[in-house]
Design a protein around this ligand. Structure first.
Ligand code: SAH
Length: 233
């Protein structure tokens, strides 16, 4: 059976997918880690979903790059996945024709827009350039968009972020993907990012407001896309 590992930062992004696949919560990850894991199979594929879990210090979901990298690494040590998927939400650009709840498949490379190291030998390392699988056929088959994903640990952005997101030709702005792509690069795992748009980076309303307003329906679109993708990959 093909083994598919799906990392999802937030519980509200993951729950519709966990419910639809009928996965059971399991405690296979090291006890020190706050990430949650859910397992199941459908006869053809074996699934492990890992979410960031909740921070006991701050009582919010563990979004961002550190939980993503630590969680994925711990999971890969226990579950030798044939494919790693990152499902999540992201900001998009209205001026690129993106709509709320659009689903993008990632394009190589996945990069950072907040790791600025202005020393010539370190600059490219800071931005990172980590591969994902070629998603052209999948995008055509399922009528999904393809886009470049740009990662930072901030929900908002400053002028430097903006400049680097432009360099990255970003279609999706989020907070985990490049870290997960890096771990997949280390572990030589095929990586497929799937991002659904909750908010406009170039919109008039504050990101957090848009995010909350659009989260539920965007997560349903994300779930529908993931279920279709799992039938093909
Ligand atoms: N305002 C939200 C905060 C969630 S943090 C809340 O109150 O719950 C944002 C999460 O969604 C991260 O996991 C990130 O990957 C994704 N995300 C969605 N839109 C984003 C954006 N515009 N910028 C950065 N991350 C975004």
């Amino acid at each position: 059976m093909k083994k598919i590992l799906i990392y999802i930062a937030m519980q509200s992004e993951a729950q519709p997918i966990i419910d639809t696949l009928g996965l059971e919560q399991v405690s296979i990850l090291p006890a020190a880690l706050p990430m949650k894991s859910y397992q199941g199979e459908d006869g053809k594929q074996q699934y492990l979903i890992v979410t960031g879990g909740k921070s006991d210090l701050y009582d919010v979901d563990n979004v961002g790059t550190e939980p993503a990298a630590v969680g994925l690494q711990a999971a890969l040590n226990l579950f030798d996945a044939d494919l790693v998927i990152n499902a999540g939400t992201a900001g998009g650009w209205q001026n690129k024709g993106t709509n709320i709840a659009d689903v993008f498949l990632g394009k190589s490379p996945v990069r950072y827009h907040d790791h600025r190291i202005p020393i010539p030998t370190f600059e490219a390392y800071g931005k990172g350039s980590y591969p994902c699988i070629d998603t052209s056929d999948l995008a055509k088959q399922l009528n999904l968009k393809q886009g470049f994903i740009s990662t930072s640990n901030s929900l908002d952005y400053n002028e430097d972020c903006d400049r680097l997101m432009k360099q990255n030709q970003a279609d999706c702005k989020e907070m985990e993907c490049a870290a997960l792509a890096w771990v997949c690069h280390l572990y030589q795992k095929p990586f497929l990012p799937v991002k659904a748009i909750t908010d406009f980076v170039d919109g008039e309303h504050p990101t957090a407001e848009q995010f909350q307003a659009n989260l539920a329906r965007t997560c349903e679109a994300l779930r529908d896309a993931i279920i279709k993708i799992l039938k093909i990959v």
